[in-house]
Design a protein around this ligand. Structure first.
Ligand SMILES: Cc1cc2nc3c(=O)[nH]c(=O)nc-3n(C[C@H](O)[C@H](O)[C@H](O)COP(=O)(O)O)c2cc1C
Length: 200
């Protein structure tokens, strides 16, 4: 039976959302990473952008970025975030509210090594100066970097990442034959989870 079927027929939802995350998210070893929207709200002004979910574990969900980016400034001002993952092929949506904190050094290293060669290079060359070059110069500079680093390269000093520790997770499941519905997990003060069923 498919995972969607398992989830749809489940009468008793697990007490812990991590069991559902394990069903919904690919393993960290899978090179095809899910895309998610990261919403920030520094100074009460909403902002959002697409990111890759680099990995997840029993603490939460991780993403990686450039330490000079706008989102990093926004997170320093207000670490409260929302993440939204949409899985159209299985009619699912996962929304996470949580608090972002800097990811540990060993996780940053592991996540950089797991990035594709293209994304590793992008982490070095994704600057405003580079973006301002004419296309011919950008192509040349990109190829020159590869030639100059034929033996490989490590992570740039601007490589950074965050762990989002969830405070609320909402699992939405659509069904073309009946109404969609949501199962929501809210973290309580003592670290346990309250589960509620919501209309889709
Ligand atoms: C499919 C897709 C995946 C992306 N993944 C990342 C990512 O993992 N990390 C990242 O910093 N930017 C990623 N970006 C670029 C961001 O959407 C964004 O443009 C960039 O991080 C700057 O955002 P900021 O100005 O809000 O900091 C991705 C964009 C797309 C379209």
């Amino acid at each position: 039976m498919s995972l969607a079927g398992d989830a749809e027929i489940r009468d008793n939802w697990p007490e812990d959302p991590w069991q559902l995350l394990a069903e919904w998210l690919p393993s960290n070893a899978d090179p095809a990473r899910p895309v998610m929207t990261l919403a920030t709200a520094a100074d009460g002004i909403p902002d959002a952008r697409t990111l890759l979910l680099s990995e997840w574990d029993e603490h939460g969900l991780y993403f990686h970025t450039d330490s000079r980016s706008r989102k990093v400034r926004q997170l320093a001002a207000d670490p409260a975030v929302a993440l939204m993952l949409h899985f159209p092929e299985s009619a699912r949506q996962l929304t996470v509210q949580g608090i972002a904190e800097p990811a540990p050094t060993d996780e940053l290293r592991r996540a950089f090594r797991a990035r594709s060669a293209y994304l590793q290079q992008l982490a070095w060359q994704n600057t405003i100066e580079f973006a301002g070059l004419p296309l011919a110069d950008r192509l040349r500079a990109w190829a020159a970097f590869r030639d100059d680093h034929a033996d490989g390269f490590g992570q740039p000093p601007t490589w950074t990442g965050y762990l989002v520790r969830p405070t609320r997770l909402t699992f939405w499941i659509g069904n073309p034959d009946t109404a969609s519905r949501r199962t929501e997990y809210t973290r309580t003060a003592d670290g346990t989870w309250t589960v509620s069923l919501l209309a889709g």
